[in-house]
Design a protein around this ligand. Sequence first.
Ligand code: SAM
Length: 223
Amino acid sequence: MKNFSPEWNQCYKDDGQMIRWPWSDIISYVMRHARPQGSETRVLEIGIGSGANISFFASFGVQLYGIDGSEHIISYLHEKHPEYRETIVQGDFTEAIPFEGQFDLIIDRASLTHNPTPAIRKGLSLVFDKLKPGGTYVGVDWFSTNHSEYQNGIPTDDPYTRRGYEEGTYAGLGMVHFSDKNHLLSLFENFKVLVVDQKIYERAVPDNGYVNAVWNIVARKPA
Ligand SMILES: C[S@@+](CC[C@H](N)C(=O)[O-])C[C@H]1O[C@@H](n2cnc3c(N)ncnc32)[C@H](O)[C@@H]1O
């Protein structure tokens, strides 16, 4: 697992980032652009984490798959959801997506964006291969270069990727990749991009200059 930041495994062991409720933007973008059609629909979440979105997809009766690099969080998910023992696996999704067949929908909430640019390119080419023709990718919370944290952390060889945060939102989370619009569009050049939204929240209280800026993207594999 050469691109996966091992900090994630430690974070989960320390009970960090244990998100339990589905992400509202995942619900909104999926319902608007790729509403699951029932048990025939195959859905994959890359970087499934603590499984926050499982209950949302399970409510449609879809065939749900997931992959994450953290051995600790995969054990936790197998214990909590034994029905997904075979379809939620440990692995680096920038190296391989180890499932047979293709998917109608692949979702990614803040997961590819925790990898450097070359790994993201490889991961997106795997995602492209694993989508059915006409299948949809929904990516939520890709960090934007307008995020105030883009100025912090330690620079790397890749101008879009920083690491080594010791405080703030990304403390202890390894690689953090930020995109501007052109960079994001270049990453998705093989896809038909349907929507790119930038969401910018400027914190007013406390007035400390914190800006949370993220991209949401919906992209389709041409049919
Ligand atoms: C911000 S968390 C998001 C978790 C989940 N998608 C959610 O929204 O609750 C990012 C997740 O991506 C996983 N991850 C990041 N890079 C990865 C890689 N290259 N291979 C496998 N998992 C990775 C991390 O282990 C972590 O669980």
